[in-house]
Write a protein of this length. Sequence first.
Length: 379
Amino acid sequence: MSLLTHRAYWRWSAGVQLARLPGTMAPLAFTLLTTATTGSYRLGGVLMSVYVATEMVCAVPVGRLLDRVGPARGLSALLLLTAAGYAALAVAADAPAPVLVALVLLPGISGGALAGGFRTLLADTVDDALLPRAISVDAMLLEGVLIGGPALVALLDLAGTAVPLAAMAVACVVAAALVPRRPASHGRVESAAEVPPVRPGAYLPWLCCAFTVGLLLSTIEVAPLPLVQRLGAPETAAPVVIAVLSGASIAGSALYAWRGRTGDPRLLLGGFVVGGVVLAWDLGWPGLLASIAVIGGCTGPLVAATSVNLQRLLPKDRRSAGFSLSFTVQACGFGLGSLSVGVLPLWLAPLFGVFAAAIAGAMLVRKPARAIGTVSVTS
């Protein structure tokens, strides 16, 4: 069945985009809320830090719980708990800072495994042949959510500082309603023989790929202003960097979706290495835009290849925890990349991403092409 007419996929996609939306809204929503109630944005930064840290700590344990109770049933409960957390924050907007910090723990605890749970459901929603295309289309839609989340907060804030938080709660409730109760199995029962046990070390190359994506992307997304200032351009030119990165990422995912099969991730990691090295050098506007375009173009396909190959390795009863770990590792990479931009010379920060990409490529260099996934996916 074509992905464009795959009703189950589009229901899944609507649910996962709504589940992601509150996370993209949270930074600005927390900041606007605390600025209005305390006169300072600093408490908003504290809330966001606690929220992210709680998600990262709880993602794998809660993902394991999802595996035990079933991702479909567990996701609905987690989404409703997350909605309750955002609603509590909206109601207690004027509460003292310690109360707000305590309340933000609830959406952090329950929200950390949502991405892993939805990714597990995708394996039961589309068949293996459509999986690379489905992940690529999802990566394209994610770009829209990342851009639309903060814009929606700015719009809703005009109606009141607690309104964005209420909207975040509503989004989680609607996402819970969209979670399929009985995911399709495509007439296939996966036995233990189909997913043989693998050594823990087999996951490391793909986790390293996820870490590399976060690490190198953050050096661009956090540093558009210094990158253009290095060229002597005004601050108004900074959005050009993000626009090129997002456009290249969408184009790369679109091309990957059109091909409909996984490629050799070693080539994509090579693109990260080349793009990161050129980004580190001060080669003017042509070098800056070319390096960002190469990195952005490789991002979506590398994320898809990583996700597909992790699914091949993960036992079916450990997928929610495994994918939650992958997303957490990527988030750690993003955090460390952001830190490197803040404490290191601008030319040095991208080289950490280059090093990580080279390490991931070295881990994969011994693997045969069939194991890496150069043809259409089969489990």
